[in-house]
Design a protein around this ligand. Structure first.
Ligand SMILES: [Zn+2]
Length: 153
């Protein structure tokens, strides 16, 4: 990936977490200096986590619950070309497992409830946590992938 970080004509980099001026996205042409701002990694991930375009921070990432918009409504960045595929479910399962497994083990050790009680309590909790976390995790993954250069070429 080729990146021009010293382009004097580049659009100023938006502040990491605050509101930023929308930046009009334009495709990179061969031999042409990039006008894309270098969005800091943390800002790109944070914007995606909050359903904001990782490129400009204005438009929305999602056009449905989990469907990524084909392009940003504010800057035109082709969000639909950033294909997160299986990464968001993987990260979500990893996160939910690490959040809920310690309480499961603690309850089992402290109270030793019947298995049906475990199933009645933990299965809905795992399902709800996974469902609620999948969208922000997917947005953050799209932000991370944007920062790593996916969807620009
Ligand atoms: Zn945008």
């Amino acid at each position: 990936m080729q990146r021009n970080v010293t382009n004097p004509n580049a659009t100023p980099t938006p502040t990491p977490l605050g509101p930023a001026e929308p930046v009009r996205w334009s495709p990179r042409r061969a031999g042409e200096a990039s006008a894309e701002p270098d969005v800091p990694l943390r800002a790109a991930v944070w914007r995606g986590l909050n359903n904001r375009c990782p490129h400009c921070g204005q438009g929305r990432v999602f056009a449905g619950y989990l469907r990524v918009a084909p392009e940003c409504a504010a800057c035109g960045f082709p969000l639909g070309e950033v294909r997160a595929d299986d990464a968001p479910p993987y990260f979500t399962i990893f996160l939910v497992g690490h959040l809920l497994l310690p309480p499961v083990l603690w309850v089992e050790r402290a109270y030793q409830p019947a298995m049906w009680i475990h199933m009645a309590v933990w299965l809905p909790l795992f399902a709800a946590a996974g469902t609620l976390l999948l969208r922000p995790v997917k947005g953050a993954t799209v932000g991370l992938m944007h920062r790593l250069g996916f969807g620009r070429d």
